[in-house]
Design a protein. Structure first.
Length: 101
């Protein structure tokens, strides 16, 4: 089954909207965790989210940039994988029929 830009915008799950929503969510969570690491360096936080996306030192600008980039990449991989799988398995919505006047 082929996918076009039009088909990515239709279906039960709109893949483009899902991709942007996941990108915003993943990046926001990463930046919040990075800020917590910078503002509270001695707090008993694990910062596992930071280590998952970058090998740079916790709280470094390099870690922030790498983390944002990788979160964007994985958000789109997740959106495409989930969206295509769900749209392939879910029943197609019934076409809307217009009433004759």
């Amino acid at each position: 089954m082929g996918y076009t830009v039009t088909s990515l915008k239709s279906g039960p799950v709109h893949i483009l909207a899902l991709g942007w929503a996941l990108t915003a969510t993943f990046v926001l969570l990463y930046v919040l965790c990075w800020l917590a690491a910078v503002l509270f360096p001695n707090a008993a936080l694990t910062h596992a989210w930071l280590g998952l996306y970058s090998t740079a030192p916790v709280g470094s600008v390099r870690g922030l940039v790498e983390g944002i980039i990788w979160n964007m990449v994985f958000a789109w991989i997740s959106a495409i994988t989930f969206g295509m799988t769900y749209n392939s398995l879910a029943p197609s919505p019934e076409p809307v029929q217009r009433k004759a006047r």
